[in-house]
Design a protein around this ligand. Structure first.
Ligand SMILES: *Cc1c(COP(=O)(O)O)cnc(C)c1O
Length: 307
């Protein structure tokens, strides 16, 4: 059983024409779990199911938690999702809608995660949201689908949180022999764990993360993502929260799909005609997800300029 969908690859006239480039959108916001994460998590959960694991456990209030809950439901394996108190009502509802057992524990992710660890028993699989080779293997399917459509980008534009997506995309590029295709890695200013590492030329951990792009809020990227930034052509860009939110609203108008600020961050570089994109003519954009966002929230952020 394959738990993710082959998503549409859309040539965007709205984005291409003003830039004089060819912009291709890989629409992973349309995955059944609402984000690309089901590619890797579906692959990983299936592996655990085949190994005889009887329960999935994850600590994530975001797209990873929702993806594991979805995978557990499809595979009829009970799933426990532990989230901190800061997780929005909207995200809690999405997890419960997938019939997972929801535990709300702790003030932040670290506390929720420590509690999740105490639940793990012998036949349980603890799922990591971004640091697992099987996860990257699953994410790599995104590039294989693009290749199958006969599109060959000279750059891939994506958002970076813990670096699982970047690691999977890099693996997919390698599998196609596309080693010269640049990865343009976008973070918000409050979540720039990869960008800061690249700037300081060492793998650092941020003291804190902040801002509206909660899906990007890992204070440290996985070792694999940092290693890729040193071995594969990679350009890091940081944008503001306001730019990310504004891009979400413009993308909704242009393509009628609601994405969250994590995804808006990547898209904003196109709307800004960012100078780092200048060398590239044929850009693949990973439209990574929109689960955790509501239109009301986006409009409110813009109206009250809370960002
Ligand atoms: C998880 C996530 C990201 C970041 O992915 P990483 O693998 O953590 O780098 C970006 N966008 C969305 C919508 C996500 O759910």
């Amino acid at each position: 059983m394959i738990l993710h969908l082959e998503t549409p690859l859309i040539y965007s006239h709205a984005l291409s024409d003003p830039l004089g480039k060819q912009i291709w959108l890989k629409m992973d916001a349309l995955q059944p779990s609402g984000s690309f994460k089901i590619r890797g998590i579906g692959h990983l959960c299936q592996h655990h199911a085949q190994q005889g694991k009887k329960r999935f456990i994850i600590s994530s209030g975001g797209n990873a938690g929702i993806a594991v809950a979805y995978a557990g439901r499809r595979l009829t394996i009970p799933t426990v999702v532990v989230v901190p108190e800061s997780t929005s009502e909207h995200a809690r509802r999405l997890i419960q809608r997938e019939k997972a057992e929801l535990h709300v524990v702790g003030k932040n992710w670290q506390e929720a995660h420590e509690y999740a660890l105490t639940l793990v028993q012998e036949d349980d699989a603890l799922i990591h949201p971004f640091d697992d080779p099987l996860l990257w293997e699953g994410h790599a399917s995104l590039i294989a689908e693009v290749a199958q459509m006969g599109v060959r980008p000279d750059a891939v534009l994506l958002a970076v949180g813990g670096g699982g997506l970047l690691s999977g995309v890099a693996q997919g590029l390698r599998e196609q022999g596309w080693d010269k295709t640049t990865i343009i890695a976008v973070e918000t200013e409050g979540t720039a764990s990869l960008g800061e590492s690249v700037r300081q030329r060492q793998h650092i951990t941020l003291d804190e993360v902040s801002g509206v792009a909660t899906s990007l809020g890992a204070p440290r990227v996985c070792d694999q993502a940092y290693a890729i930034s040193q071995s594969h052509p990679t350009t890091c860009i940081q944008v503001s929260d306001a730019q990310a939110v504004s891009a979400c609203l413009r993308f909704l108008t242009d393509h009628r799909v609601l994405v969250e600020p994590a995804c808006g961050a990547a898209l904003s570089t196109l709307y800004l005609d960012h100078e780092a994109l200048a060398p590239y003519k044929n850009i693949l954009v990973v439209v990574c997800g929109g689960n955790t966002m509501t239109l009301e929230q986006l409009v409110q952020w813009r109206a009250t300029a809370q960002i």
